[in-house]
Design a protein around this ligand. Structure first.
Ligand SMILES: *[C@@H]1O[C@H](CO)[C@@H](O)[C@H](O)[C@H]1NC(C)=O
Ligand SMILES: *[C@@H]1O[C@H](CO)[C@@H](O)[C@H](O)[C@H]1NC(C)=O
Ligand SMILES: *[C@@H]1O[C@H](CO)[C@@H](O)[C@H](O)[C@H]1NC(C)=O
Ligand SMILES: *[C@@H]1O[C@H](CO)[C@@H](O)[C@H](O)[C@H]1NC(C)=O
Ligand SMILES: *[C@@H]1O[C@H](CO)[C@@H](O)[C@H](O)[C@H]1NC(C)=O
Ligand SMILES: *[C@@H]1O[C@H](CO)[C@@H](O)[C@H](O)[C@H]1NC(C)=O
Ligand SMILES: *[C@@H]1O[C@H](CO)[C@@H](O)[C@H](O)[C@H]1NC(C)=O
Length: 462
């Protein structure tokens, strides 16, 4: 603890009052809240936009995979491109150690274009994101300013409405979107995909994504640092709607139970100048952290498979306290979150859901009641098998052990098959299959309540 305080003293003591200015973007200081506030004991200033070679690549239905590089510095590149001022525009912003020139950012643009006729702009700042984590944290202030400058240019040349703009950012990219939205108020929507936690959790709203950065801010937490787990994401709410899939910290299907990523910070102390420098920081793995953008991607095609239930805690959600959806409905996590009519009613509202371990991750939560008949008391197990119209099946256990007649067995299931595509549900009693509506013994009654509308389906074996 003493060591930490000494470190904090040097970090704070050596940086106060530095400033750097860049043409077009203005000046950046390291005064509070940018450094030297709780949760943000770091040094340094952002690098220049030229150093980071920030690139805006435009994808439209005309360009397909052959994107066009456009620039607000030379706005004729925008006018000569396939950018259309009649369409909405989405900006996709990557995080630490990543790139906007290939991978998930490009794939996201291409999938969005399949469902919406938009301008999709992949923002690349790889050269500002591949140094230390601390340098990337500082750099996003310039990236956010560049995105804001780009949007101001669109306003100037096309009288482009801020109401047509959606910023989507992952990790540090989420806070980059927040910074752009702080500088240019009135953007329709910002989506934060597992906003980075280190140096942002618990900081003043100016330095991180918060609900004042856009008309609507939705957030997916997939690797929230929450004791005792290590995480790269923020635990606290930071939008209008904050979604915590699988509790928000550890994602099913990721190989390690403990999040894989480690944030390694090594400090070097220079006795001559009495300064502390961060020399190295890296992330190993990142499966849990990346799930946030994978969920968003899949949610584009599976809107109802990502319903979030309003609840105080994940534990409470798991025990069934917050089922089914309230009267105002449940918002859909991901791309279709803005369809929720009550989305602006409040801020910092938590929503919970469970996902599957594999793509498309979508599940439909259902409450199942099974009442047995034809048996007094015996050992066995009850399973339900869901069949979809394409022949895919998923099996779920309802109860096992000593089972008795007249008892009702209840279970919450996150079924990987959309009820709309469910062809039949089979009842498995002691490994014997009975098709519901046909079985003569076994289940007397199977009720299934769907979470979306609380609708009760009654399956009565004959
Ligand atoms: C900067 O980005 C542009 C556009 O992608 C690319 O053509 C150029 O090579 C990059 N410059 C450097 C120094 O990496
Ligand atoms: C887009 O092009 C890149 C190379 O230019 C390629 O790696 C990628 O697979 C392409 N993606 C699609 C969806 O065609
Ligand atoms: C601006 O972009 C156009 C292409 O759209 C190019 O011909 C021109 O040379 C650029 N001007 C500057 C100053 O870079
Ligand atoms: C832009 O997006 C909004 C919100 O999704 C939608 O209501 C509107 O129809 C879109 N506009 C165009 C021109 O596609
Ligand atoms: C960052 O990426 C650029 C271009 O990809 C490369 O030139 C540079 O060496 C990289 N920096 C580090 C610290 O890896
Ligand atoms: C979490 O967010 C709420 C609402 O913004 C705030 O009141 C609270 O102080 C935050 N807690 C932490 C630990 O940052
Ligand atoms: C299956 O049922 C039979 C009686 O019908 C019983 O003897 C047997 O133990 C049951 N098996 C299991 C695995 O419960």
């Amino acid at each position: 603890v003493v060591g930490m305080w000494i470190l904090a003293f040097y970090v704070l003591g050596t940086v106060a009052g530095k400033e750097v200015c860049y043409p077009r973007l203005g000046c950046f200081t390291d005064d509070p809240p940018w450094s030297g506030v709780p949760g943000r004991l770091l040094t340094g200033l952002p690098e220049s936009p030229e150093h980071m070679n920030i690139t805006f690549s435009l994808y439209t239905r005309e360009t397909g995979n052959n994107s066009q590089v456009i620039s607000a510095i030379n706005s004729s590149t925008i006018q000569k491109s396939h950018f259309s001022s009649r369409r909405n525009t989405s900006f996709i912003i990557h995080g630490f150690g990543s790139t906007g020139k290939k991978g998930w950012v490009v794939e996201m643009c291409l999938l969005l274009l399949e469902v919406e006729n938009i301008n999709c702009i992949a923002v690349d700042w790889q050269q500002g994101a591949n140094g230390t984590y601390v340098s990337a944290v500082n750099n996003i202030r310039v990236i956010g300013a560049e995105v804001a400058y780009f949007i101001k240019t669109l306003q100037k040349i096309f009288r482009y409405s801020l109401h047509k703009i959606h910023l989507i950012g992952h990790s540090l990219g989420a806070h980059t979107a927040g910074e752009a939205g702080r500088r240019i108020q009135g953007i329709r929507r910002i989506t934060g995909l597992d906003p980075a936690g280190p140096y942002f959790e618990g900081t003043p709203p100016e330095v991180r994504l918060d609900p004042s950065d856009a008309d609507f801010v939705d957030v997916i937490h997939s690797n929230a640092a929450h004791f005792p787990a290590i995480g790269l994401g923020m635990y606290n709410t930071t939008g209008h709607l904050d979604f915590y899939p699988n509790g928000g910290t550890v994602m099913p299907g990721c190989a390690d139970l403990i999040p894989e990523m480690k944030l390694i910070l090594l400090f070097s102390f220079n006795p001559a100048t009495r300064t502390v420098k961060t020399v190295y920081a890296t992330i190993i793995g990142g499966c849990h952290h990346s799930r946030s953008h994978e969920f968003y991607f899949e949610s584009i095609l599976y809107p109802t498979g990502y319903l979030g239930y309003p609840c105080e805690t994940y534990k409470s959600f798991e025990s069934g306290d917050c089922f089914p959806c309230p009267q105002e409905g449940c918002p859909m996590m991901g791309h279709h979150a803005d369809r929720f009519s009550a989305k602006l009613k409040r801020v910092n509202q938590k929503y919970f859901l469970n996902t599957a371990a594999d793509p498309p991750f979508a599940t439909w939560r259902q409450k199942v009641f099974v009442k047995l008949s034809g048996v007094k008391k015996m050992k066995g197990d009850i399973n339900l098998v869901f069949h979809d119209t394409e022949g895919k099946t998923k099996e779920y256990e309802i109860a096992s052990g000593v089972l008795s007649q007249d008892q009702v067995y209840t279970k919450y299931l996150d079924v990987e098959i959309n009820p709309k595509n469910t062809k039949k549900i089979e009842f498995l009693w002691n490994k014997t299959i009975f098709t519901l509506l046909w079985a003569r013994l076994g289940a007397e009654n199977v009720h299934i309540i769907h979470g979306e509308d609380g609708h009760l389906n009654n399956y009565k074996p004959r």
